[in-house]
Ligand binder design. Structure first.
Ligand code: PLP
Length: 489
């Protein structure tokens, strides 16, 4: 069995264990200090099942940009979804799993030329457009592509609007674009739209499908035979949310406008739906500041080890709202509090105001629904690492997935917690810090007087003789410990 530097295998949970128990076990191992995620593969599988039940006619093509964690893509590939890719990087990521290029839609209406060439070379031939210049580009780079015209139809209530950037007007622009495509001899096969991400206006799907039907008819009048309808993304994915309303609207509209499944294949591009609730983030309070008001504590500021430059970039970019949940119950009264990220920027605030119990430094604060538009955008700004992901699945999920390509038994490991926790490796807990210092290789001490600033050669020699410091002197986070090296210590 291969043990890698990071244990990226999916941990198969025993019957008594759920995600919260895993969070608790890792957080309270005495070994863990960094923020970490627990990703429950079972949650993704359940979402897929629900989709299949509620919109049986619509083939999901997961929008990779939402969360491109390898395990997410591997599981969705095993479940047989398609993929919505926006760039050559995303196309590569999906194809590397062995996914058939025909299962990918290149759903970016404005593509750099090199990315179109790349798609052509790899057989990813279905792609969207919403403007004339894109048609000319495709004509010269990939004339055999199967094109999907993206129209604009905005939902009235959305978490993130997209219509201002993409989608042509179905009435005033689409007819002309289709004529241009026809005159260039390009193969247009269908229509797509995206009502906006985090759609809170289910009837928007009805309006959009009706508009798409109109564009299908324009295509027919030009001699095209459209057979693909792409109803985009927008489906909610947080715990407790439901796609029931949207599914009802979509199914009704499909029955009305595209009743024959033999004639029109319907796909969608769900992103947040699949991943939002699968990821739980555990953060650690590393510092706190009490703001007094006379004798009283008026307000407590908690500083945690992930913030808006990391996972919580979603507060800025995805207009997300998050709820802090203390891992442990604390007695006593609730105090007006705020939660801040670890960087030195005043913008780095995670929760502006909340009533929270009084918590000590070292306590963990948990955030649910952290799977969508968090990790792929996070940066290690100011030297704070992006949290690692611990992937889990219960046994029934393991049985289901272990023989489905591209997963095999080797992708799984029995046990709830990371390998080094199980072998009792204690990192930064009770032991002396000396035990965990990485031995430094001997190096010359570079003092100011060593540098003869007039002499280039001495300076050069000093620089050449100076071996670099290791990037990290102490190892705190479990995932940075290689169990294989255990015996060295
Ligand atoms: C971002 C995006 C999606 C995914 O949207 P969700 O709201 O997360 O479902 C789908 N399609 C396209 C073209 C996108 O840009």
């Amino acid at each position: 069995m291969k043990l890698t530097h990071l244990d990226e295998r999916i941990h198969v949970l025993d019957a008594e264990t759920d995600v919260w128990k895993v969070v608790q076990d890792i957080a309270e191992s005495g070994v863990q200090e960094e923020a970490f995620y627990v990703c429950d593969i079972g949650d993704i599988v359940r979402k897929h099942k629900e989709w299949k039940l509620k919109m049986p006619r619509v083939e999901p093509h997961y929008a990779v940009k939402c969360n491109d964690s390898l395990n997410v893509l591997v599981v969705l590939a095993a479940l047989g979804t398609g993929f919505d890719c926006a760039s050559k990087g995303e196309i590569n990521k999906v194809l590397e799993l062995g996914v058939d290029p025909r299962r990918i839609i290149f759903a970016n209406p404005a593509k750099p030329a090199s990315h179109i060439r790349h798609a052509a070379a790899l057989g990813v031939d279905t792609m969207t457009f919403d403007n004339e210049s894109e048609l000319h580009k495709i004509k010269s780079l990939f004339p055999a592509a199967k094109l999907v015209i993206r129209i604009r139809c905005d939902a009235a209530v959305v978490q993130c609007q997209l219509g201002m950037k993409f989608g042509c007007n179905a009435v005033t622009e689409a007819p002309h674009l289709l004529k241009v495509a026809q005159s260039l001899g390009l193969d247009v096969v269908g229509v797509s739209f995206h009502v906006g991400s985090g759609c809170g206006d289910a009837p928007a799907f009805y309006r959009a499908i009706a508009s798409a039907k109109m564009v299908f008819d324009i295509g027919t009048s030009l001699g095209y035979n459209f057979h693909l309808l792409d109803i985009g993304g927008g489906y909610p994915g947080n715990k407790g949310s439901s796609i029931d309303k949207i599914a009802e609207v979509v199914n009704t509209a499909l029955d009305e406008y595209f009743p024959d499944p033999e004639l029109v294949r319907v796909i969608a591009e769900p992103g947040r739906y699949y991943v939002a609730s699968a990821f739980v983030l555990a953060t650690n309070i590393h510092s706190k500041r009490e703001i007094p008001n006379g004798e009283e504590v008026a307000h407590i500021m908690y500083y945690i080890n992930d913030g808006v430059y990391g996972s919580f970039n979603s507060l800025l970019y995805d207009h997300a709202q998050v709820t802090p949940i203390p891992l442990n119950a604390h007695l006593g009264k609730l105090v007006p509090s705020s939660v801040w990220g670890p960087t030195c920027d005043g913008l780095d605030q995670v929760v502006e105001k909340a009533l929270l119990p009084v918590m000590p430094v070292g306590e963990w604060i948990i955030f649910e629904d952290m799977g969508a538009y968090t990790l792929p955008v996070a940066s290690p700004f100011n030297g704070f690492p992006v949290p690692k992901v611990h992937v889990v699945a219960d046994q029934s999920i393991w049985f289901m997935l272990k023989d489905l390509l591209p997963l095999t038994e080797d992708d799984f490991v029995m046990g709830n917690t990371p390998a080094n926790l199980r072998i009792g490796l204690d990192v930064g807990g009770s032991g002396s810090i000396q035990d965990w210092a990485i031995p430094l290789s001997p190096r010359p001490v570079l003092c100011h007087q060593d540098l003869d600033l007039d002499s280039g050669s001495t300076l050069e020699k000093a620089i050449m003789d100076h071996s670099p410091l290791p990037t990290s002197v102490f190892r705190f986070d479990y995932v940075e410990v290689e169990p294989i090296n255990y015996e060295c210590y």
